[in-house]
Design a protein around this ligand. Structure first.
Ligand code: AMP
Ligand code: ZN
Length: 667
C-alpha cells in the first residue's frame, strides 16, 4: 500500500474510533491502541507534508492561536426561541399554529433544551468548513479552530450528504468533565468555575485551541439548515444527521398532540436529573418542514417552535449556622449549614455561600428561612431569604475577621472575592493541604502515603512541611493509628522512591500558586534548573511562553520566601531532582508516564526483565499484581488464568508484546 493510502486508512479508522467513543459512547479499541494509531499517523504526516489535511484527526489536538476572532455573517439567521412556562401558554401557542395552518393534523417533535452555547457549523463536500458563534443572530465569531478540537463533532461526514449545509447545535460541558476541571483548578489554588454553561461558552473564545482541546466539551445537534436537504421533517433531519456522524440526543420524541407533549415534559422534568449534562427545558417543534415554512418567523423567533422552561426545583429550609473552611492556599469559603431537606432526589445539608459579597447580597442571618435551588452545579445554592419568616431580634451576619483554624487576621486583596489566611506556614489546613498536594499522583506520586495519613502525621507532630517526609523513620510511624510494620515500611520506601521524580513534576509538587502541571513543564523546560529559576526576575519570567504577570508574581513571591528556600535546600540534600536531566538514554521517552503495567507470561522477543526495563525507561511503572490501579496488562504466552480473569473483570486492556514494542519504537 502506498503512503497516501496508509494515511487515508489511518484517518478513516481514527475518525471511526472517535465516533464510536464520543458519539456512540461505545469504544471498540483501547486508549493505548488509539494513541498508537494516532502517533503512527502523526509521524507519517510529519514525514509527508504534501498530504497535510486540515481535517485530519491529528488536528484535533489544536495548537492554532487566534488573537482576534473574525466576525462573519450567518448565511441563515440564528433565531432565538419564544419561551413558555406553563401548559396554558403551550395551548395558546398551539391555537396560534392551528389558526395559521388551518385545521391540519399536526405532529410535534419534542427535544430537550440543552444548556450551553449555540454554534453554527458549515459543511462543504462533507468537510467541516467553518464554525461560528451565535453572536447577534445575524453575524457571529469564527471559532473554527476551537470547534475542531471537540471530538464528537465530525470533521469528515459519512454516507450521502448534500454539497453544502449548516448544522446548529449546543456546545455543552457535561457535569463529570466540569467537576474534573474544577478539581484540577482547586489543586493549584485557582478559583473553580461557577457553572458548566458559562464555562462551555467561555471555552469557545479561548485564544489557544490546544487549551480548548483539553476541555471535555461536547456538541449536541438540534437542527440542520440548507437547500435541497434530503428530508422534510425535523425527526428525519436528526435521524439523517446521526448517520452522517453527528451526536443528536435520542431522548427526542415524535408526538401527535399536546397531551403527549405534556407527558414528555412531565417525564423529563423528573428524569433530567439523571442526564450527564444540564438541561433547562423542552423545545417543541412542528415536525413537518412544509408546515414550518408556512408558519415562518416573527422578528426574533420561529413561529413553529417554542421552548418550555422547567421550573428549577426549590425548597425552603432553615439556616442553622455558617461555618468557614480554609483551603490549601488559605482561601476562606463560607458554608451554610442547613436543616436537612429533600431536593431533586437528594438530601441537602449544606450549600456554598461563596464569599463575603454573596453573604451581603443575600442579607442572610442565622435562623433565616432560605430558598435553596439545584442549578447546574452539584452543590446547591441559596437563592434568597424568605424575609416574611425572619425571626425577631435576628443578628446581621458579620464576616469572620480571623482564621477559624489558626486565629490569624484575614486579608482580602484588592479585586479578589475571597478572604485569605496569610499564615501560610502556620495554618494547619494549609500545611496539610500542601503536603497532600506534594504527594499526589500527578506530583511526587508517593505510594504508601495517602491524604489521611498526611493529616495523621501532622497531628502527631511528625511532619510540618513536605521536606520532613524524608526524615520519617519506620519506628516513629508504625505505632500510629491504622498503621502497622508493613504499611510503615511501604510509606518510608515510597517517600525514598520519589527521588526519581523528574524536575518538572517536583516543580509542580512544590505547590506554587497558579503553577499547574503545564506551567511547571514550561518553567522546567525553560530554566532547566531550580537555582536559575530562583533568580529569574519578573521581566524575564513574563517572556517565557504562557507565563503571565500573575504567575510570574506568584513564582517570585514563592522563592523570595525564606522558609521556602530552606525547604528547597533540604530537599536538595535528600536528593530530589532539581534539574532537567537531558536524556542520556537515547531509548528513553515519556510516553508511558502515569501508566502502570503488569507483565505476565512468557515472551518471544524479549525477556520479562527486558520488558520491565523498557516500561520504566519510557516513564511507566511496573506493578506486581493486577488491581484497579493497573492501566495495562502486558501478556505473553501462558499467562495465568487467574490473572487473565482478574484483568477481564476489572476491564483492564491486555496488550501483546508486539503491540507494546511497536509503540515504544515509534518514539
Ligand atoms: P434562548 O437562548 O432562550 O433564546 O433559547 C434559544 C437557544 O436554545 C438556541 O439558540 C439554542 O442554543 C438553545 N437550544 C438548546 N437546545 C435546543 C434544541 N433542542 N432546539 C433548539 N434550540 C436549542
Ligand atoms: Zn489560618
Amino acid at each position: 500500500m502506498d503512503i497516501q493510502n496508509t494515511i487515508q486508512t489511518l484517518r478513516d479508522e481514527l475518525n471511526q474510533h472517535n465516533y464510536n467513543y464520543y458519539v456512540l459512547d461505545n469504544p471498540m479499541i483501547s486508549d493505548f491502541d488509539f494513541d498508537l494509531k494516532l502517533k503512527q499517523l502523526q509521524e507519517l504526516e510529519n514525514n509527508n507534508p504534501e498530504y497535510f489535511d486540515e481535517n485530519s484527526p491529528t488536528q484535533r489536538v489544536g495548537g492554532a492561536i487566534t488573537k482576534n476572532f473574525e466576525t462573519v455573517p450567518h448565511e441563515y439567521r440564528m433565531y432565538s426561541l419564544d419561551n413558555s412556562y406553563s401548559k396554558e401558554e403551550l395551548a395558546d401557542w398551539e391555537k396560534r399554529v392551528q389558526k395559521n395552518l388551518g385545521d391540519v393534523p399536526l405532529e410535534y417533535f419534542c427535544e430537550l433544551k440543552y444548556d450551553g452555547a449555540s454554534i453554527s457549523i458549515t459543511y462543504e463536500n462533507g468537510k467541516l468548513k467553518r464554525a461560528v458563534t451565535r453572536g447577534d443572530g445575524f453575524q457571529g465569531d469564527d471559532v473554527t479552530n476551537n470547534i475542531k478540537t471537540i471530538k464528537s463533532i465530525p470533521l469528515q461526514l459519512k454516507g450521502n450528504y448534500p454539497d453544502k449545509f449548516d448544522v446548529r447545535g449546543e456546545i455543552i460541558l457535561p457535569f463529570a468533565g466540569f467537576e474534573k476541571m474544577n478539581q484540577e483548578l482547586i489543586e493549584i489554588g485557582e478559583t473553580p468555575y461557577s457553572n458548566p454553561r458559562n464555562t462551555a461558552s467561555g471555552s469557545l473564545k479561548l485564544q489557544d485551541s490546544s487549551e480548548v482541546a483539553k476541555r471535555p466539551l461536547d456538541c449536541l445537534l438540534y437542527f440542520i439548515i440548507g437547500n435541497n436537504l434530503p428530508f422534510d421533517s425535523q425527526q428525519q433531519g436528526l435521524e439523517t444527521a446521526r448517520n452522517w456522524g453527528f451526536k443528536a440526543p435520542t431522548q427526542a420524541k415524535l408526538v401527535r398532540n399536546l397531551e403527549e407533549v405534556y407527558d414528555f415534559i412531565d417525564y423529563w422534568d423528573v428524569h433530567r436529573h439523571q442526564l450527564p449534562y444540564e438541561t433547562d427545558g423542552v423545545v417543541i417543534k412542528v415536525n413537518n418542514f412544509h408546515h414550518q415554512q408556512e408558519l415562518g418567523f416573527t422578528a426574533k423567533s420561529p413561529r413553529w417552535a417554542i421552548a418550555y422552561k422547567f421550573k428549577s426545583e426549590q425548597v425552603s429550609t432553615r439556616l442553622n449556622s455558617i461555618s468557614y473552611q480554609v483551603g490549601r492556599t488559605g482561601a476562606i469559603t463560607p458554608v451554610a449549614n442547613l436543616e436537612p431537606v429533600q431536593l431533586a432526589g437528594t438530601i441537602v445539608k449544606r450549600a456554598s455561600l461563596h464569599n463575603a459579597d454573596q453573604i451581603e447580597k443575600l442579607g442572610i442571618c442565622v435562623g433565616d428561612t432560605v430558598f435553596v435551588e439545584k442549578g447546574g452545579e452539584i452543590i446547591p445554592k441559596i437563592i434568597a431569604v424568605d424575609l416574611t419568616k425572619r425571626p425577631e431580634h435576628s443578628i446581621p451576619t458579620t464576616y469572620i475577621t480571623h482564621c477559624p483554624e489558626c486565629q490569624t487576621v484575614l486579608v482580602r486583596n484588592e479585586g479578589e472575592a475571597n478572604h485569605y489566611c496569610p499564615n501560610f506556614y502556620g495554618c494547619p489546613p494549609q500545611i496539610i493541604g500542601r503536603i497532600q498536594h506534594y504527594i499526589s499522583r500527578k506530583a511526587m506520586d508517593i505510594e504508601g502515603l495517602g491524604g489521611e495519613t498526611v493529616a495523621l502525621l501532622f497531628n502527631n507532630g511528625l511532619v510540618h512541611n513536605y521536606a520532613d517526609l524524608y526524615e520519617l523513620k519506620v519506628e516513629q510511624i508504625r505505632h500510629l493509628e491504622r498503621m502497622a510494620q508493613k504499611s510503615a515500611d511501604n510509606l518510608v520506601k515510597g517517600v525514598a522512591n520519589s527521588k526519581n521524580i523528574p524536575f518538572e513534576r517536583v516543580l509542580y509538587a512544590l505547590g506554587i500558586r497558579f503553577v499547574g502541571e503545564t506551567i511547571a513543564k514550561k518553567l522546567a523546560k525553560h530554566y532547566k534548573n531550580i537555582d536559575v529559576l530562583c533568580q529569574a526576575s519578573f521581566t524575564e519570567l513574563v517572556l517565557v511562553d504562557e507565563i503571565g504577570e500573575r504567575i510570574a508574581k506568584s513564582v517570585i513571591e514563592f522563592f523570595e520566601n525564606q522558609e521556602n528556600r530552606i525547604i528547597i535546600e533540604r530537599l536538595k540534600e535528600y536528593g530530589i531532582q532539581f534539574e532537567t536531566v537531558e536524556n542520556i538514554n537515547p531509548n528513553a521517552t515519556n510516553i508511558l508516564i502515569g501508566k502502570t503495567f503488569v507483565v505476565s507470561g512468557v515472551f518471544e522477543q524479549f525477556s520479562r526483565d527486558d520488558l520491565k526495563m523498557k516500561i520504566e525507561e519510557n516513564g511507566g511503572k511496573v506493578g506486581n499484581s493486577i488491581s484497579a490501579k493497573t492501566d495495562y496488562v502486558l501478556a505473553g504466552i501462558n499467562m495465568g488464568p487467574a490473572k487473565l480473569e482478574k484483568a477481564v473483570k476489572l476491564n483492564i486492556p491486555i496488550i501483546s508484546e508486539t503491540d507494546f514494542i511497536q509503540l515504544i519504537n515509534e518514539n
